[in-house]
Design a protein around this ligand. Structure first.
Ligand SMILES: Cc1cc2nc3c(=O)[nH]c(=O)nc-3n(C[C@H](O)[C@H](O)[C@H](O)COP(=O)(O)OP(=O)(O)OC[C@H]3O[C@@H](n4cnc5c(N)ncnc54)[C@H](O)[C@@H]3O)c2cc1C
Length: 150
């Protein structure tokens, strides 16, 4: 296997073409990782969630990391790691445009809201209005690729 670093442009391409990643956050030195859907545009990852542990963590400490990966043929893979900063997009003046923009990006996919809008013990999104749109500003990005050598 040959491992090489991806260029910034290649990282951007993977972030655009991928929909799911693993979001890592930390609070009081306790780490937490969850799978999450996102949409990437102009150096931001946009996402949607109900209140819960990851939102609590990111409100307390906005520094996050997101890992996305793509598997190729055989043992080949690509992955990108984003170091970024959490920004909440609340439903109030000053944030409405960005919140609507997050909605328009995420809603390009059918049932986009379902994983973030349902919890084991709470009713469906339609019964709630306390959902959270947020975005992660990409402070730094790195990527690697593993390729078969023959
Ligand atoms: C492919 C995929 C896409 C998803 N997309 C989204 C999305 O866009 N937005 C979104 O909000 N959520 C998404 N989810 C669900 C997400 O992974 C979390 O389960 C959910 O958001 C709840 O997270 P929370 O921090 O609010 O947990 P809480 O509801 O506060 O849960 C507390 C505890 O439950 C456990 N827990 C929570 N989630 C999981 C889990 N997935 N697996 C195992 N244990 C868990 C943990 O121990 C956690 O400490 C997605 C999941 C998958 C698999």
């Amino acid at each position: 296997m040959l491992i090489r670093s991806l260029s910034n442009l290649e990282c951007t391409h993977l972030l655009i073409s991928t929909r799911v990643g693993h979001l890592a956050c930390a609070k009081d030195s306790i780490p937490y990782v969850v799978p999450i859907y996102f949409a990437f545009e102009h150096n931001y990852l946009y996402a949607f969630s109900m209140p819960g542990r990851k939102i609590d963590f990111m409100q307390a400490n906005p520094k996050v990391s997101v890992c996305v990966e793509e598997h190729g043929k055989g043992r080949e893979w690509k992955s990108v790691i984003v170091d970024g900063s959490y920004e909440e997009l609340p439903d109030r003046l000053g944030h409405k445009q960005q919140r609507d923009h997050a909605w328009s990006l995420l809603s390009k996919h059918l049932d986009w809201w379902e994983p973030g809008g349902l919890k084991p013990v709470t009713p469906a999104l339609s019964d709630h209005s306390d959902h959270v749109f947020f975005r992660v500003f990409v402070d730094q990005v790195s990527g690697r690729e593993a390729k078969e050598t023959i």
